[in-house]
Write a protein that binds this ligand. Structure first.
Ligand SMILES: Cc1ncc(COP(=O)(O)O)c(C=O)c1O
Length: 436
């Protein structure tokens, strides 16, 4: 390919050489980034409120991450941990084992992507329990591999035409208070959605044949659906009583995204297995399953692994990320951002009828747009128009949700107050224009 410098030229070349099935939310081609800002090949600046889908919690090109990557690349980039191991992987596993909530001794394994971590968590759960059933939830997203896609709920675009899917996956309703599948209201509902698991064992898959339930603490792609605090406690209790493992998929919620290093800390639940990826290594491909040692160690040698899992460059980047969280008090900043965003969204909700719901945990927060607050008819076109308005004003923001009508915030946690205010002003103006 010749050297091409404009977004339009790159877009044209892309349409020739990149498979159509890979979509992009924006038509700009990035040349570099810093903190919460991105710059394209034409020199345009963007405020990044999407963080490459929840990956850049420590910000773009953080000097400590850049240095860690460079230093490691100069030493060695790969040996394969399964052939010749190295310290960074062990050190990172130790840190993750203490960061994941719960007092039980833990062990970790590394892989490359979120979906791969989910695959491994399912393998480990099945091996340990010697059961095959896996329960996932409405609106769930767990990746694009065969098991990840099977566990994922939304049909188009993720599953449509891609079957048959992996067997022994069952799906039950989730705790969705804005659109309650049981037509109840919290707290009067007494969490019927959690108790439903007992019914599920009777009518869908027997508990004795169920290896695990897989949950996102706050559903990400599904629309930032954030259950009441006691929901997971109830669910976990029923799982424990039936020897069913509890897998927390913290791929989007983890690494400080919700104001906690892992969101299950907020819910007061110790998962049996936790998956993490995305912001773990600031964009280097790295994921992990961290779980109770007894469960993790049940698998025979060679039963899990992979050529690149726990790559040394990615592990050093992840160690730098964890160091940045400490040295820059990013968890505190994350909570502060969460409060600021919630206040701002609630005042926007007073101004615009379009905003039906404001929800989330910490700065993992979203607003659901509806055409009418009483019918809650999803305002998908309006959401698209708002995302497009923001882009034209130099703000990259992502939508999500089963109906594509949820505006979600996944900005780097190092965003400045001034940048955040600028982004919010653009959104405010966009909502005003669309509401007319
Ligand atoms: C909760 C959750 N699980 C799994 C995945 C899949 O991760 P990856 O795209 O790295 O395979 C994602 C990605 O969005 C996710 O949000």
């Amino acid at each position: 390919m010749n050297t091409v410098k404009t977004n339009a030229a790159l877009q044209e070349a892309r349409s020739k050489y990149i498979a159509r099935g890979i979509g992009s939310a924006t038509p700009c081609y990035i040349s570099h980034g810093k903190g919460a800002l991105l710059y394209d090949v034409e020199g345009n600046e963007y405020l990044d409120l999407g963080g490459g889908i929840a990956v850049m919690n420590v910000g773009h090109s953080h000097p400590k991450v850049v240095k860690a990557i460079k230093d490691q690349a100069e030493k060695f980039t790969h040996t394969c941990f399964m052939v010749s191991p190295y310290e960074s992987s062990v050190k990172l596993a130790e840190k993750l084992c203490s960061a994941v909530p719960g007092d039980s001794p833990k062990a970790a394994m590394f892989a490359n992507s979120g979906a791969e971590a989910v695959e491994n968590a399912v393998k480990i759960a099945r091996y340990y329990t010697q059961r095959s059933g896996i329960i996932a939830f409405d609106n769930a997203f767990h990746g694009r591999t065969l098991m990840g896609m099977t566990l994922t709920s939304k049909q188009k675009p993720y599953k449509f035409g891609m079957g048959p899917f992996a067997p022994e996956v069952y799906r039950m309703p989730f705790a969705n208070c804005y659109r309650c599948p049981f037509n109840k209201e919290y707290p009067g509902c007494d969490l019927e959605c959690a108790e439903h698991l007992e019914y599920f064992f009777i009518n869908h898959v027997a508990a004795e044949q169920t290896a695990a339930v897989v949950v996102e603490p706050v559903q990400g792609e599904g629309g930032f659906i954030c259950p009441p605090r006691e929901y997971f406690q109830r669910l976990k209790k029923i799982c424990e009583a039936n020897g069913v493992l509890f897998i927390a998929d913290e791929i989007q919620t983890g690494i400080g995204r919700t104001g906690y290093m892992f969101a299950m800390e907020y819910y007061g639940v110790e998962a049996d297995l936790t998956t993490t990826a995305k912001s773990l290594a600031a964009g280097m491909p790295l994921s992990a399953v961290v779980g109770k040692k007894e469960i993790m160690d049940s698998v025979h040698a060679g039963g899990i692994g992979g050529t690149y899992g726990g790559n040394p460059v990615a592990c050093q980047a992840a160690l730098a990320v964890l160091d940045i969280f400490e040295s820059e008090n990013l968890l505190e900043r994350s909570r502060e951002l969460g409060e600021r965003l919630r206040d701002s969204f609630l005042s926007l909700q007073k101004k615009y009828d379009l905003i039906g719901d404001v929800r989330g945990l910490g700065p993992m927060i979203a607003m659901e747009l509806v055409k009418d607050r009483s019918t809650k008819a999803p305002a998908a076109d309006e959401t698209k128009a708002l995302v497009s308005h923001c882009y034209k004003q130099g703000v990259i923001i992502l939508s999500c949700g089963s109906y594509g009508n949820v505006l979600r915030f996944l900005m780097p946690l190092v965003i400045t107050d001034e940048q955040l205010d600028r982004g919010l002003a653009v959104i405010d103006a966009g909502l005003a224009a669309i509401s007319q």
